[in-house]
Ligand binder design. Structure first.
Ligand code: COA
Ligand code: ZN
Length: 308
């Protein structure tokens, strides 16, 4: 397809965003999943989060996960942190990159991390300085960028202003989260326009979609058309949405790789190996996951040619 990037980077977020929305699973299974994923060609894996275990019981024991995984050279193992305490834990555990989250909407930020957006922005700058002191990069994620479950629409100019503050606070990378699956291609366009207005180019940002309302892959395509080359996805579609019981999780990693392969966009990921991981993820959580390829199997020119 004309005008689309030749390659994209997929960050696998199943072990964090996926599993944090599932019933807690043992550390050994989380380690097994991360290790299987690192063998697929994925270059970035969000291995867990260092948050309060009272807030997110499924992420308890993140230190043990980081200590037990088989660190594959060339793979970046990242961790989400909500505060300085989380950053200190993640650094001690040897995370390669940290992610700090600020919601674009006041109510969501308050409920997620119990602070105002302004306090989170100040906290993020402090945290970034601390983490940079340890020589580790920090990505800032602006969640509820495409809509908020409490406040509804979020002004794209507000998203852009928060992103600019995080950039000025020293963030090495920026990503934008569709935390509860409210994005559509129009909203993706609007946010990318607003970011452009504050000097943040589409080619520099990451996009994080949830498939809650079935718009995950079309949102990816909308991003690709604007030149975005970084996307988050979760294997099997692990996870869900804390605000929509029973809803599906992130964009499905193997469905995304499959679509991109057929378009001719390189991800460096072995689709068969990723499907094996998706089946492992199903076993670990003990339920059928929403990934479409798990049921229908791959059927693309690329896959047929390579297995011929
Ligand atoms: N890791 C482990 N424990 C932590 C922690 C961290 N990063 N941050 C705080 N705590 C502990 C404190 O030590 C304290 O423990 P105590 O009660 O035994 O003394 C307790 O949590 C409360 O600390 P406080 O600073 O008052 O935090 P809080 O109750 O206001 O909660 C957060 C704030 C940010 C720690 C919590 O809401 C959180 O972890 N949220 C993460 C939510 C999340 O992951 N959302 C999904 C990803 S966007
Ligand atoms: Zn998410």
């Amino acid at each position: 397809m004309r005008g689309l990037p030749a390659s994209v980077e997929i960050r696998e977020v199943g072990p964090r965003d996926g599993l944090q929305n599932e019933d807690p699973v043992p550390v050994a299974d989380r380690v097994r999943l991360v290790d299987a994923l690192s063998g697929t060609g994925l270059r970035r894996i969000e291995a867990g989060s260092f948050v309060s275990p009272a807030a997110i019981p499924a992420m308890a024991g993140a230190e043990e996960v980081m200590a037990a995984i088989d660190r594959r050279p060339g793979v970046v193992y990242s961790a989400l942190v909500p505060n300085v305490k989380g950053a200190e834990r993640a650094l001690a555990a040897g995370a390669d990159e940290l992610e700090v989250v600020v919601s674009a909407s006041e109510t969501h930020n308050q409920r997620n991390v119990r602070r105002s957006v302004d306090a989170s922005l100040a906290g993020a700058a402090e945290l970034i300085t601390l983490v940079h002191g340890a020589g580790v990069p920090v990505e800032a994620i602006v969640s509820t960028s495409f809509g908020c479950p409490y406040e509804g629409d979020v002004e794209p100019t507000r998203v852009a202003a928060i992103a600019a503050a995080l950039r000025d606070g020293g963030a090495d990378r920026l990503s934008f989260g569709d935390t509860t699956g409210m994005a559509t291609p129009r909203r993706v366009d609007d946010v990318l326009d607003a970011l452009d207005g504050v000097g943040i180019a589409a080619a520099e940002v990451g996009l994080h979609f949830h498939n809650t309302r079935g718009t995950g892959l079309v949102n990816v395509l909308a991003g690709l058309e604007r030149g975005v080359v970084r996307f988050d996805a979760s294997v099997g579609g692990l996870g869900g949405c804390p605000y929509a019981p029973g809803a599906t999780g992130n964009v499905v990693s193997e469905d995304l790789v499959h679509m991109l392969a057929d378009i001719g966009i390189d991800t460096g990921v072995d689709l068969d190996a990723l499907l094996t991981c998706a089946r492992l993820a199903e076993k670990i959580v003990g339920r059928e996951l929403p990934g479409q390829l798990l049921r229908a199997g791959p059927r693309t020119r690329t896959v047929e040619a390579s297995s011929a």
